[in-house]
Ligand binder design. Structure first.
Ligand code: GDP
Ligand code: MG
Length: 450
């Protein structure tokens, strides 16, 4: 996420490295580099122009008084302005009583249906709401089925009327059902088109006028670059959006939309989609994104991401008891489940000062985790939950049972020992400190922890 922007921004600001102080000449040079970087990342031209003008003014204004080094000063100025650019009031969802009606709009393939279900799952689990998803994509034959499958996965309610072509009737039906069944959030998944067309706009406008809608959320595919700004404008003019969702930020998106859309339509980005799985949704935090673009990493997101995993919530994985007693093989199984849900690469991407994990490394390690899981599956219950030592005959048995070698079993044992050593060392430290000390942050070696 934002990788090329991050790299180029680093390069731009580091042109100042080695300069003792800020001068007209080096400011001009750096600002030009920043301008090029932002343009290259598909940030809207006008926005780039305003942004760099502001950065330049602020840098020149502070060049005499500041005791910071030019690089530090610039980083701070760029950071503040990036945050400003992406911020727009409160980006929390609004709920009203008794029923909140939300509408999800956007072009076809932007990720509306996926987002609608991610959102429903999130508010059901986090906010203890009872959402109902409404299938209003009446044009694509497979759309209802897609929504049904996703709702089943997320275990949230769904409403549709077979062969009904009037979306307002479908929504009326959904509202009646929500009243009957106690659903307090109704999320309407609308149809999209390949491009903005009158018919689609007319349909969502009629929904907007007919019902009291608390949230009109535009889903934008962050991969489509510059075009997204015009799309956002058109949707905002038609249905007055309350927020934007950027999807596919896990892909090769240059990230420019994140920096352009709020400044263009004056509406906040509320969530980002970071993958196809139903848990791949995050609140959009301008300060964290700015940190990430400037290469400071994103510890808090990481901690949240990990905590988000249900197992973690239920079990309180890093609880005091585990820190004191150490993890067992059974714990290791739980942790590997969390890792396979989140993905090692994603975890790595968020850690500051760590080189990106390449695909091969991540695959190798995920393979290791799978192998360890198979080995643990061949242990007896007692072996899994107690930290009893395994003698050679048990090791041979377990290796045989899991189709692995005794060496593999020994590697698993070593990994657990390393993990316990780490847990002991972070006792009493904050999550942030703990992650700093994590074996992940050392030169990564798969035998370090897995
Ligand atoms: P809709 O036509 O707007 O309803 O779009 P869908 O929800 O059907 O999504 C279109 C495709 O994009 C599907 O294959 C989704 O799995 C995928 N998708 C949606 N959101 C994301 C995301 O955040 N990241 C990635 N990688 N894929 C996504
Ligand atoms: Mg859809």
């Amino acid at each position: 996420m934002f990788e090329s922007l991050k790299e180029n921004m680093y390069g731009a600001i580091h042109t100042l490295k080695g300069y003792g102080k800020i001068t007209d000449a080096n400011v001009a040079l750096t600002v030009k580099e920043i301008q090029r970087t932002l343009m290259h990342s598909d940030v809207n031209y006008k926005i780039v122009k305003n942004f760099t003008l502001r950065v330049k003014d602020e840098a020149m204004g502070q060049k005499v008084s500041s005791s910071l080094k030019p690089g530090e000063l610039f980083t701070k100025i760029v950071y503040d302005n990036l945050v400003k650019l992406m911020s727009c009031g409160d980006n929390k969802l609004n709920f009203i009583s008794p029923t909140t009606l939300m509408m999800v709009v956007g072009l076809q393939g932007a990720g509306k249906t996926t987002f609608a279900v991610k959102l429903a799952k999130r508010i059901a689990n986090r906010d203890k709401k009872k959402p109902l998803l409404v299938a209003c994509d009446i044009y694509r034959p497979a759309a209802i089925e897609q929504l049904r499958v996703l709702c089943q996965q997320a275990q949230v309610d769904m409403f549709y009327i077979e062969n009904e072509k009037n979306v307002n009737k479908i929504i009326e039906g959904a509202l009646l059902k929500s009243e009957k069944d106690g659903n307090n959030v109704v999320i309407v998944d609308t149809a999209g088109r390949q491009s903005v067309d009158d018919e689609m706009m007319y349909e969502i406008k009629s929904i907007r006028e007919r019902f009291r809608i608390t949230e009109s959320l535009l889903v934008l595919d962050s991969m489509i670059g510059q075009k997204s700004v015009d799309i956002a404008k058109k949707f905002n003019d038609t249905v007055e959006l309350t927020g934007v969702i950027l999807t596919k930020l896990d892909g090769d998106s240059k990230g420019g939309v994140a920096l352009s859309v709020t400044a263009t339509i004056g509406k906040p980005i509320k969530f980002i989609g970071t993958g196809e799985k139903l848990d791949d949704i995050d609140v959009f935090h301008p300060d964290r994104i700015a940190n990430r673009i400037l290469g400071k990493g994103d510890i808090i997101s990481l901690v949240e991401q990990v905590q988000k995993t249900q197992e973690m919530d239920k079990e309180g994985f890093f609880n005091e008891k585990r820190l004191i007693n150490g993890v067992t093989y059974a714990d290791f199984m739980k942790l590997s489940k969390i890792i396979s849900n989140t993905g090692l690469r994603k975890i790595f991407e968020m850690l500051p000062g760590v080189d990106k994990m390449n695909e091969k490394m991540s695959e190798d390690n995920e393979k290791n985790i799978k192998m360890f899981t198979t080995i643990i599956n061949s242990m007896t219950h007692k072996e899994r939950v107690n930290k009893c030592r395994l003698d050679l005959s048990r090791k041979i048995r377990i290796a045989k049972g899991s189709g692995r070698t005794v060496d593999d079993v020994n590697r698993l044992i070593k990994s657990i020992e390393n993990m316990n050593r780490y847990l002991k060392s972070v006792k009493g430290k904050s999550a942030k400190e703990a992650f700093k000390l994590s074996p992940f942050l050392k030169k990564f070696d798969s035998s370090d922890i897995f």
